[in-house]
Design a protein around this ligand. Structure first.
Ligand code: 5RP
Length: 232
C-alpha cells in the first residue's frame, strides 16, 4: 500500500471514535483530509465540529459539516488529528502543515486525542522531523538563537504565514529525549506562540496504518504533577 492509502485507511478507521450526536475536534493535514471525507458520510449523526485551521474549515464546510467556534464549546469528547512523528508514549511532533497553534488549542479542549498516522510516523525518539515553532515575527531571531543553543539548525519557513499571522521556525537536528520538559521550556520563551511538541496534549490512542492493517495503540496520560488539570 502507498503512504496515501495508509492515511486513507486510518482516516476511515477513525469514524469508530466519533460519538453519536457529539461536537468533535478536527485537525489538519492530508491524513485528516481522508477523515473529513469519511466523516461526510455520517455528518447527520454529529452535532458539528471545531476545526484547527482555515483549510480544514473549508473542507468541512464543503462537505456539508457544521463548523463551530472553539469559544462556543467547553469541551470536546475527541480530537482527531495526524502527526509528523509519534513516540512510544504518544508524544508527538506536529505542525508540518503549520497549524500547530490551533491544533493545540482544539486538542486542549478534548478529553481524548485520537492520532491517525501511517506507520512511517512512528519513532523511538522525536526530532528527526524538524520541530516547528510558531513565533511572533519580532521575536524570531532571538527564539532562533535559543533553539541554536539547544543544538538545532534553525530554518525560517520561507513565505509561510500562519492562520494567526505569525512565522514558523523549523528546528532541525534535535534529539528530544524528554518531550514534556522541552515543550515546557520552549513554551516559556518570550515570543513563542506554540512549540509543535504535543507531550502535555499527547495522544490517548493512535490508529497506525501498516501494511498489515490498522494497529490501535493506547497511551497513558501525561504525568499529572507536570501539567495543569484540564479545568484550570
Ligand atoms: C499539521 C499537522 C499534521 O497533522 C501533520 O503535519 C501530519 O500531516 P499529514 O497528515 O499530511 O502527514 O500537524 O500542522
Amino acid at each position: 500500500m502507498t503512504q496515501d492509502q495508509l492515511k486513507a485507511l486510518v482516516g476511515h478507521a477513525a469514524l469508530e471514535f466519533v460519538p453519536e450526536g457529539a461536537v468533535i475536534g478536527v485537525g489538519t493535514g492530508s491524513t485528516v483530509n481522508h477523515f473529513i471525507d469519511a466523516l461526510a458520510s455520517i455528518r447527520s449523526r454529529i452535532a458539528g465540529t471545531v476545526s484547527s485551521s482555515e483549510r480544514s474549515t473549508q473542507r468541512l464546510q464543503a462537505a456539508g459539516i457544521e463548523v463551530l467556534e472553539a469559544n462556543a464549546v467547553a469541551s470536546l469528547p475527541v480530537y482527531i488529528d495526524g502527526a509528523d512523528e509519534i513516540d512510544a508514549q504518544g508524544c508527538m511532533i506536529k505542525g508540518g502543515g503549520g497549524a500547530l497553534t490551533r491544533e493545540k488549542i482544539v486538542a486542549d479542549l478534548a478529553e481524548r486525542f485520537i492520532c491517525i498516522a501511517d506507520a512511517s510516523k512512528q519513532v523511538a525518539v522525536l526530532g528527526a522531523f524538524p520541530l516547528p515553532v510558531e513565533v511572533i515575527p519580532m521575536a524570531a531571531a532571538q527564539v532562533a538563537r535559543r533553539l541554536q543553543a539547544l543544538g538545532a539548525r534553525v530554518v525560517r519557513r520561507s513565505g509561510f504565514v500562519t492562520d494567526n499571522g505569525c512565522h514558523i521556525l523549523d528546528a532541525h537536528g534535535l534529539s528530544i529525549a524528554d518531550p514534556l520538559a522541552m515543550e515546557c521550556r520552549i513554551n516559556q520563551w518570550p515570543g513563542v506562540v506554540t512549540v509543535g511538541l504535543f507531550a502535555r496534549n499527547r495522544a490517548s490512542v493512535c490508529l497506525l496504518g501498516t501494511a498489515q492493517g490498522v494497529q490501535t495503540l493506547h497511551f497513558a496520560a501525561a504525568p499529572a504533577d507536570r501539567t495543569e488539570p484540564k479545568s484550570a
